[in-house]
Structures are given as C-alpha cells and as structure tokens.
Design a protein around this ligand. Structure first.
Ligand code: ATP
Length: 526
C-alpha cells in the first residue's frame, strides 16, 4: 500500500523545513552522508528515545551498552566481517558508473550467478545508466571503512569503523554478565553510529554510508537446556501467548516470534500503519549459514517495500566465534540447569547425550562437538543463543517522514479552497509538540501572558514560539513541521485563562485551560 509520494518533493520539504540536509552541501555535498537539521535531529532523538524506553527502560530483562566505534580489529576477524562482509560490485566499461551486482540483477528480473563465494553476471545484464552490456565481472568489495590508530599507517595499526553496533555486545558479554545482575534469558541493547562503504548509496537516506542502528542481542537458553529444566520445549505449534509474559519453557522458535511481534507492535505504536508493514521470512540461501530464522520487517516506501529491521535467530554463533578467537570462556553457569541435571542418573544422561548427538549430526555438526556440548550442559553451563532485532534509525526516520507526508485541499467558511502540506507525525515522534502564538504582539499584557504560558509548557515539551504573520500562516508552518497542536493566546485568556487549541489533523479548534491542555498532551504523547 505504498504511498505515491514524489521523493523529490519530500526531500525538498525536508530541506525547506530543516529536517534533512545534504552533508557538506557548502562544498557540493558528499555521496551517502546526511545531516539532520533542527527538526530532523529532534525527530531522530524521539525515535531513539521511544526505542530505548520500550526496549530497555520498560523491561527488567534488558540492559544497555554504549561501546566505542573503533574496536580491536580481532573483533571483526571473529565476527566474519573482515573476510566476508562484502558486496559484489560491477563497473560499466562504457559510462564508468559502478553498481551492486545483486541489485542490478534484481532490478532487471535476473538472477546473479553464484559459484561458491564468487559471482558472475547473467549474459543479458545491462548497465542501468546507459544500457551497455559491456560490464566488468562482479568483484567482492568489503564494506568496512578502514582507518589507522596512531601516527603510523601500516597494517599493524589498521582498524575499522564498526559496520554494526552488535559485535561490541558480544565482546563485552562477560563484563555485562558480571555487573548487570541478569540471568539468561536477558538482553543487551545498544544504539549508535555504524559505517558501511556502500557501493551505491541511494533512495535518499535509505542506504547511507554513515547511519545509526538500534540493536538488541537477546540471550536465551539453548533448547537442550530448556528441555532439561522444564521437561519440554514449547514451540509455535503449542500456541504460546506471545503478547503475554515470556515463559521458561519457550524454545528459540517462540522467542524469535515473540520479538517479531514485539517489534511490529512498536512500529504500530509510533504511527506506522499495520497495512504498510510487511514481514519477509528469509528462506534457503537468503539465510546466513548460522541463522535458524530471519525475518525482515519491511515498510512500503514510495520507492518499494524495503527492509527497516532484521530479526534473526543467530544460535550461539557469535559468542562461540568470540570464544574461539579470544581464547576466553563466554559460557554461563545456569543454576536451574545444574539443579535439573543433578537429578539425572547416569542412564538418563546417556540417553540425553544420544538425543543431542542425533539432533546435532542431523544439522551437519560433528558428534564430537555434540558430546562436548553435552558434557558442559551436565556442569550447568552453555554458550547462550541469541535473538537479534536489528533496526536502522535513519531508515525508520525516513519511513516516518514518508508516512507523515500529506497534501490536502481545504475549503474555508467562505468556500475558498487552498492546498496544505501537513506532516501527520504521531505526537510521540513529532519534533515540536506545540506551537504557542500570541494573537497580537503589540498588547503587552496579552504578550506577557502568552510568554508565561509558553515558558510553562516548554519545561515539559519542545514548543515553538511564533509571533509573526497571520495566525493562519503560523498554523501552516506548524503543519509542515508536523506539530500536532497550536495554542493561541488572546484577550479572553486574560479574563478566564482559556486559550484556543487547534488540532493539526482535523484543524478543529476548542477552548481550554492550561491544566486541561497539559492533561490532553500527556495522554496523547504517551
Ligand atoms: P541491506 O540488505 O538493506 O543492505 P542489511 O540486511 O545488510 O541491509 P543489517 O546488516 O541487517 O542490514 O542491518 C540492520 C539494519 O541496519 C537494517 O535493517 C537497516 O535498517 C540498517 N542499515 C543497514 N545498512 C544501512 C545503510 N547503508 N543505511 C541505512 N541503514 C542501514
């Protein structure tokens, strides 16, 4: 149900009203980088605050982390990014433009040919810019930005800007576990800048080279531990109540679905209509080799239905990799598991080990690995598995801008029609919550009253003072900024304290006093 918005028109409003500017515009801009202006930075801050509030502060089982952007390069070796975080790139030999081979093929309804880790173009692939078929073969291009730590620019000082925030959570797992007084299942959330040297940044801010992510790593027990503790592992077939409290017997499949539901509910709560949100369940070779399931939550952007967030069940891959590469233990001791295994006799343990070996070898792992895992389990230990909801702040801000944008024809009492542009943000997301206007500026008592009201409200919410131009013009400017309400302070305010409140969406006006106004805004901003 993608809206028909001209992205150029939206970008021009974003520039005109101070949501988004091209980075370094003064010097002609730099491709793939964007700046958020006075309204845009408030919008983004609201998005991040809403995420943090829901994912961390409102939960007892999630804590936060704020890690450095540059980390030890060994982290990116362990995670697989140093060797595998690459996109296939092709160049047009005629017009010299550069493209991502997978995207170029997808847009032309073709399939990129995979030969192991190498790629080849199908014969009829053509340059999207000039139509030439004279293209280079795809070459892998690592997306991580390189830099050097310290004054000497040699390989031993090479470092990367993080391409995702998640890895720091794994690298700090032991410290968090030791300090946060949490037990599995629990999560660690982080938001912050990530950098990817995208081959072809495009669709406005959708694919940028510098962007922000909001990521959660939610650590759960492996199903084998759940089975030993609870005697069973709940699956989706058991119809668990995903909106209710999580249960001890949930297996990874239920936890994964739980997070998909949580995240969808959050997107709806901040104003994205359910009809514009889509779930894409990755299948077959779309799935990373270690992932058991991955869902992309997509939004119907004007340029197509595209990913906002990926929610992956990543097994114990990440912590195991870091355990292997760092040589440090990243397993946990689980008291409930130890108590459960202490009740088992030798036969029951043998039986359990056989089941684990059969299941693991069925998934392509070695019997030896399975037996080592079982031995740990009987000590009450395991490497936690993880569910990862990973969202992009800038993509979400763009979705909210697209969703909010509206143009409508309005007719006044005299039958005169006019066109208005209005950004219909959810009040929680709107950069400015309230416009405060004195009806006139040359009447000192009225003006002073309006300033007093403004000062009172501004302590609670971002408000905007506007005293210039006709009231109608002031409303229109606030409509374009997406401000849900405006109040006008007039002569009656001096008598009875009431003001005119004008609603952005309905344009209806009512009179109310300041305490009623505060109550209303509190309820609607949430
Ligand atoms: P894509 O397939 O679109 O390149 P991805 O699957 O590589 O994205 P992830 O690695 O799963 O993305 O990153 C998680 C989230 O981070 C994405 O869902 C997206 O919202 C955001 N993100 C990733 N790359 C970019 C980018 N270049 N610009 C803006 N946001 C991004």
């Amino acid at each position: 149900m993608s809206k028909t918005i001209d992205m150029e028109v939206l970008a021009s409003l974003c520039k005109r009203r101070g949501f988004i500017f091209q980075s370094s515009e003064l010097y002609g801009g730099i491709n793939g980088f964007w700046d958020y202006g006075p309204l845009g930075c408030e919008l983004k801050r609201n998005v991040k605050d809403a995420w943090w509030k829901t994912m961390v502060r409102a939960r007892e089982d999630v804590v936060g982390l704020e890690a450095s952007i540059i980390m030890h390069p060994a982290i990116w070796k362990a995670s697989g990014h140093a060797d595998g975080f690459a996109d296939p790139m092709v160049d047009c030999k005629e017009c010299r433009k550069r493209f991502r081979a997978d995207q170029l093929c997808e847009e032309q309804g073709l399939a990129l040919i995979k030969n192991g880790s190498a790629f080849a173009l199908p014969a009829d692939a053509a340059c999207p810019a000039c139509g030439s078929k004279n293209l280079t073969e795809p070459r892998s291009f690592n997306l991580m930005f390189k830099t050097f730590v310290g004054p000497v620019e040699d390989e031993s000082n090479l470092a990367w800007l993080r391409p995702e925030t998640a890895q720091a959570i794994f690298a700090q797992f032991n410290n968090i576990l030791a300090t946060a007084r949490q037990k599995v299942p629990f999560g660690v959330a982080q938001m912050g800048k990530s950098f990817r040297n995208e081959i072809n940044p495009r669709n406005y801010t959708f694919r940028s080279r510098e962007f922000e992510q909001m990521e959660l790593e939610y650590f759960i027990r492996p199903d084998e531990a759940v089975k030993l503790i609870c005697g069973r592992v709940a699956t989706l077939a058991d119809n668990p109540d995903l909106a209710g409290e999580p249960q001890a017997d949930w297996g990874w499949e239920v936890w994964h679905r739980y997070w998909v539901e949580q995240r969808l509910a959050w997107y709806r709560a901040i104003g994205l209509p359910a009809a514009d949100l889509n779930q894409h369940w990755q299948t077959g070779d779309e799935l990373a080799h270690y992932a058991r399931a991955c869902v992309d939550i997509e939004y119907a952007f004007p340029f197509g239905v595209q990913e906002l967030e990926g929610i992956a069940a990543r097994s114990d891959f990440d912590l195991s990799q870091h355990q292997k590469h760092s040589g440090k233990q990243l397993d946990v001791f689980d008291e409930a598991l130890k108590q459960a295994v202490d009740r088992l006799d030798a036969d029951a343990k043998d039986h359990c080990t056989q089941r684990i070996v059969a299941a693991w070898t069925g998934r392509g792992k070695s019997g030896e690995e399975a037996r080592a895992f079982a031995v740990k389990l009987y000590e009450g230990k395991y490497v936690p598995h993880v569910i990862e909801p990973s969202a992009g702040t800038d993509r979400l801000a763009l979705a909210l801008l697209c969703n909010a944008y509206d143009e409508e024809t309005i007719t006044d009492e005299k039958g005169k029609t006019d066109q208005r542009t209005v950004m219909r943000f959810h009040p929680a997301i709107a950069p400015i919550k309230l416009g405060v206007f004195p009806l006139v500026k040359n009447k000192p008592p009225l003006y002073a009253k309006a300033r007093e009201i403004f000062a009172k409200l501004q302590r609670r919410w971002p408000c905007f003072w506007d005293e210039s131009g006709a009231i109608g013009r002031r409303y229109r400017r606030m409509d374009e900024a997406g401000t849900p309400w405006c109040v006008t302070v007039d002569f009656q305010t001096l008598d009875d304290g009431t003001m005119t409140l004008r609603d952005r969406d309905s344009m209806k006006q009512v009179r109310l006093g300041i305490s009623e106004l505060i109550e209303k805004m509190d309820a609607e901003i949430g």
